[in-house]
Design a protein around this ligand. Structure first.
Ligand code: FES
Length: 104
């Protein structure tokens, strides 16, 4: 199972298992320091906002228009911003660094 490097809002780094085929949101919302994911992955709340490290961001499929639209409304938008409910885990993403974005 791929293991991610997850950086919480306090800057602490954690190893987190993320099963291939699941959305990145799934393991992150199980964490005490993780995301809220209030809409459950419907791409309508943006409480699953994360930053993907630059070296990994280009390896992900690009965001679709509804994800891009929601991201564009966020105050904490940065390069590497993604909605984790729209990112599917694969084995090739083992080691990816993901930072939990601040609450909006
Ligand atoms: S969980 Fe709501 S937009 Fe991702």
């Amino acid at each position: 199972m791929p293991v991610l490097k997850v950086i919480d809002r306090d800057g602490a780094e954690h190893d987190v298992e993320a099963r291939s085929g699941l959305k990145l949101m799934e393991p992150l919302r199980e964490l005490d320091y993780g995301i809220a994911a209030i809409c459950g992955g419907m791409c309508s709340c943006a409480t699953c906002h994360v930053y993907i490290d630059p070296e990994w961001a280009t390896r992900l499929p690009p965001a679709m228009s509804d994800e891009r639209e929601l991201l564009s409304e966020l105050a904490h938008l940065k390069p590497g911003s993604r909605l984790s409910c729209q990112v599917e885990m694969t084995d090739s993403l083992a080691g990816m660094r993901v930072t939990i974005a601040p609450d909006e």
